[in-house]
Every structure is written in C-alpha cells, then in structure tokens.
Design a protein around this ligand. Structure first.
Ligand code: SF4
Ligand code: SF4
Length: 165
C-alpha cells in the first residue's frame, strides 16, 4: 500500500501521468459514465469503439486533480514505478522526489527545444508535440538535439515511471 500522504506530495510535484508526459490519452472502462465525466470537464471522445479523453487532462490543475473523488477508473488504478517502489520500501520519499525532479528537468529540456523549433499545440501530449516539431523537411542542429533529448527522456521514463500494462 502506497502511503497516501507521501504519494500526494510526490504526485503534486510530478503530474506526469496527467499532463501529457507519460500518456497521450486515457481510455474509459466498460460501465463508466462518460456523460458524468464530460459534465466534470473531461473532453470525452469516441473512436473505433473506444471512449477516451486526451491528455494533458483538463482536470489537472496546479499539480492536483480537480475531480479527484470522481476521477476515471484508469486514473484510480494507476501507480507509477516510483509509487510502487515507495510502497515496497525500495525507495524513500526523498529519493522518489529527486527522481521526479530529474524527470521534470528532462521534460523542460525537451519542451524548450520544441518551442525553439516551432509553436506546437500545448493541448497535445508531449510525444505529439515532439513528433510535430520533428516532422519537417529541413532538419537542423536543433532537430538532432531534440531527437537525442527525447531518447534520453523516454529511457528515463521507461526505467523510472512507466509500468507494464
Ligand atoms: S507519474 Fe507517478 S508520481 Fe507522477 S503524478 Fe503520476 S503517479 Fe504520481
Ligand atoms: S482525471 Fe484527474 S487523475 Fe485522471 S488524468 Fe485527469 S487530472 Fe489526472
């Protein structure tokens, strides 16, 4: 069991499973009330038999979930590697926070490069914005820098945050 207060502190310093860094969308599960979730501000879409909303999540505000008691099932079920390690006492809150700060530093680096290359839609996930910035005919040194910054970030997210589904 993840200590809830420690998790709340870590999640408010992180937000990467809500802000479009780790995921580009959240799938709703069978039986979930998409109308109620839409009434709470989530922009629900239906495509190919799947119901989902895009990230960055509109309910993510100042490091917190505005609809926490009513959040979708996937959100309730998700704990990243850092929270699992904390629950298993394989890391401490301080170490997890350091890992989060390092991830945020890598994300900032990627965002700065994207912004230097071109204006992308801030309402899209980081991966989508990277792809848009890299999808140009004439590549320059900034594209190479972005390419390598994204690879470093992805490797870090994979080893420290993502979980096998
Ligand atoms: S990625 Fe982990 S630490 Fe970050 S907000 Fe999500 S659950 Fe919390
Ligand atoms: S509903 Fe809440 S927990 Fe789920 S992605 Fe949005 S902000 Fe995060």
């Amino acid at each position: 069991m993840v200590p809830s207060q420690a998790a709340a502190r870590l999640c408010s310093a992180c937000g990467m499973c809500c802000d479009g860094t780790l995921f580009h969308s959240v799938l709703l599960q069978p039986g979930e009330d998409s109308r109620q979730l839409a009434s709470l501000g989530l922009k629900i879409k239906n495509r190919n038999g799947q119901t989902f909303f895009h990230q960055p999540c509109p309910a993510h505000h100042q490091g917190k979930c505005r609809i926490y008691p009513d959040r979708p099932r996937r959100c309730r079920q998700f704990n990243c590697q850092q929270l699992h390690r904390l629950a298993d006492e394989k890391t401490t809150e301080a170490q997890a926070l350091e890992t989060i700060h390092e991830a945020r530093r890598l994300v900032d680096q990627v965002e700065q490069l994207i912004n230097q290359i071109e204006e992308t839609n801030p309402l899209r996930s980081l991966a989508t914005r990277c792809a848009a910035a890299l999808d140009v005919e004439s590549r320059g040194p900034l594209h190479d820098q972005l390419d390598s910054a994204v690879k470093i970030l992805e490797k870090f997210l994979e080893s420290e945050f993502r979980v096998k589904s």
